[in-house]
Design a protein around this ligand. Structure first.
Ligand code: GLU
Length: 451
């Protein structure tokens, strides 16, 4: 599975009326599927919630045309894992003092049962059946005027894989969130800040982003973001990156489905991915992070992935063995970690993950790195978790892939694996120059041929 959660979070602080921003953001995350949706708006007289079962039309109807002047708010599309599909279980989930504090959460709180029991013992009254509501009550319990600190302390008690964001009546212009093994991204614009589960939610507004890491607690306001580590409270800086995606990626652009659109985008995905990596018959693959000497001394390659990316690896193996004469093993990441793998310093381990958030592949890459192999990630997501767990990164440049079933990113991964095979063949002199040139030339013409 690419990602464990399929639903969406969007938070916004700025100068625009927040309701349309949230609804538009949710619409852009809609492709992932959901069964209910909701928003929390920070109005002058406190928090206002709108929640509905079913699609966003229902939420819009529920929100009505009641004018809202709020410029801080949170939105969520839920895919129920704990508790039925009801309005009471839809997020944002409020604490017992309904007006003061609410939380939206993606993913699962694994230890919610123990937490819930002890919270109930201490007098908390739950209004939903969800695992997520435990987070609301924990934050409430730790809160004494500092929302960031309350979230930080609550985070320390949570187990599972999730991303959540809290909004508080007494903190207009602030949202505080944290993540553990689920994606979260901050969008930075002039005088406005976004926080979402996927950059697609705000791509039309900004492409300047920061990716919080597991264990980061982030606090956003209209001016930007502050990040502290959950365990120590220490202030840290995360790099701001500019996504090279265009906003059109997140729109269907006349096609009936994202899937169809992305199938048609394959020539572009291949052209961009190969791009300037092939120059006058020379291959530039700095992303491999290995010099010619290291490439010559490589004795084995292991390719680890899951789902569609795994199949790219299976196909890539043919090219690498055929052209570069290096033995390649491929495995499903979740299988590989549990079989006490054999690795050494002469092995290159390639992990492939479109989203860069595939849990099993990330764990496998961590293990490979610990065991002393050189690790390289192939991913389409700048700044994703996998990029932080490996020695170097090769990016496919496919733009946003919205369809859950992969198409253009598969083709992009394959093109990159071909380049890796050819680079190795070039350095190790396992292919006659004419043949190498012929293949490079063919790759260069591939986008046209696909078209
Ligand atoms: N586990 C949460 C719930 O069932 C959130 C599920 C989600 O939408 O990711 O409410």
């Amino acid at each position: 599975m690419e990602e464990k959660v399929v639903c969406g979070i969007i938070g916004y602080i700025g100068r625009q009326p927040v309701l349309p921003v949230l609804l538009d953001g949710l619409r852009r995350l809609e492709y992932r599927g959901y069964d209910s949706a909701g928003v929390a708006l920070l109005e002058d007289d406190g928090l206002r919630y709108v929640r509905a079962v079913g699609n966003l039309q229902n939420l819009k109807r529920e929100a009505g045309d009641a004018s809202s002047t709020a410029t801080t708010g949170l939105g969520h599309t839920r895919w129920a894992t704990h508790g039925g599909v009801t309005v009471a279980n839809a997020h944002p989930l409020a604490a017992e003092e309904v007006e003061s504090l609410a939380v939206v959460l993606n993913g699962i709180v694994e230890n919610y049962r123990e937490l819930r029991e002890s919270l109930v013992e201490r007098g908390h009254v739950f209004t939903s059946e969800t695992d997520a509501e435990t987070v609301t009550h924990l934050i409430e319990e730790h809160y004494d005027g500092d929302l960031l600190e309350a979230v930080r302390l609550a985070y320390g008690e949570l187990e599972g894989h999730f991303a959540f964001v809290a909004i508080h009546r007494d903190h207009p212009g602030q949202l505080v969130g944290a993540r553990l093994q689920c994606p979260m991204v901050i969008g930075l614009a002039e005088g406005e800040t976004f926080l979402a589960s996927n950059a697609a939610a705000f791509l039309r507004e900004t492409r300047d982003v920061q990716f919080p890491e597991d264990g980061d607690v982030v606090s956003i306001d209209a001016a930007g973001v502050a990040v502290v580590r959950a365990d120590t409270g220490e202030l840290v800086e995360r790099e701001t990156m500019t996504l090279d995606w265009d906003d059109e990626g997140a729109e269907k652009g006349g096609f009936e489905t994202f899937m169809l659109k992305e199938i048609y985008e394959q020539p572009l995905a291949v052209a961009e991915t190969i791009g300037d990596r092939v120059r006058k018959g020379r291959l530039q693959l700095e992303g491999l992070g290995m010099d010619d000497d290291e490439l010559r001394h490589l004795r084995r390659i292991v390719i680890l992935a899951a789902g569609t990316a795994y199949h790219a690896g299976v196909a890539g193996r043919y090219a690498i063995e055929e052209w570069a004469r290096v033995p390649v093993e491929h495995d499903i990441a979740s299988e590989w970690i549990y079989r006490n793998p054999v690795l050494d310093h002469d092995t290159l381990v390639i992990g492939i993950s479109q989203s860069g958030e595939t849990r099993d592949t990330i764990e496998a890459m961590k293990l490979a790195r610990e065991m002393g192999a050189h690790t390289v990630a192939i991913t389409n997501m700048m700044g994703s978790q996998i990029t932080r767990e490996v020695d170097s990164v090769l990016y496919t440049r496919c733009g946003v892939e919205m369809a859950v079933a992969a198409s253009k990113t598969f083709t992009g991964q394959l093109s990159l694996l071909f380049l890796v095979a050819l680079k190795l063949a070039q350095v190790r002199e396992t292919l006659p120059i004419e043949e190498l040139t012929f293949i490079l030339d063919a790759l260069y013409k591939l986008p046209d041929k696909i078209q």
